[in-house]
Design a protein around this ligand. Structure first.
Ligand SMILES: [Zn+2]
Length: 76
C-alpha cells in the first residue's frame, strides 16, 4: 500500500520509471481530494533472501500457513 507522506492517506501509483535494474521511481498521487499531493517514491532492491527449502515462513506468508483449506488425509 502507498501512503501519502503529507496527510498519511492512501495513495496510488500513477506511473513508474526504471532507473536501473534494481531501482524504480514510482510517481504517486494521494487519493485524498483535500490533499491530492503528487510525490515520487524510490522502489529499490534490498537483498535476495536465502531459500532454506523448509516450510513457509508464517511472518512472510501467513496465507500458506493456515490449515483452513487443508485436507488431512490421515485424519479419519
Ligand atoms: Zn495526501
Amino acid at each position: 500500500m502507498i501512503e501519502c507522506p503529507k496527510c498519511l492517506s492512501k495513495g496510488r501509483v500513477a506511473s513508474s520509471r526504471r532507473v536501473t535494474p534494481g531501482l524504480r521511481e514510482l510517481y504517486c498521487q494521494c487519493m485524498n481530494l483535500n490533499c491530492a499531493e503528487v510525490f515520487v517514491l524510490h522502489l529499490s532492491l534490498s537483498h535476495y533472501p536465502k531459500r532454506t527449502g523448509g516450510k513457509p515462513n508464517p511472518e512472510l506468508q501467513p496465507e500458506l500457513c493456515s490449515d483452513d483449506n487443508q485436507v488431512d488425509m490421515f485424519d479419519e
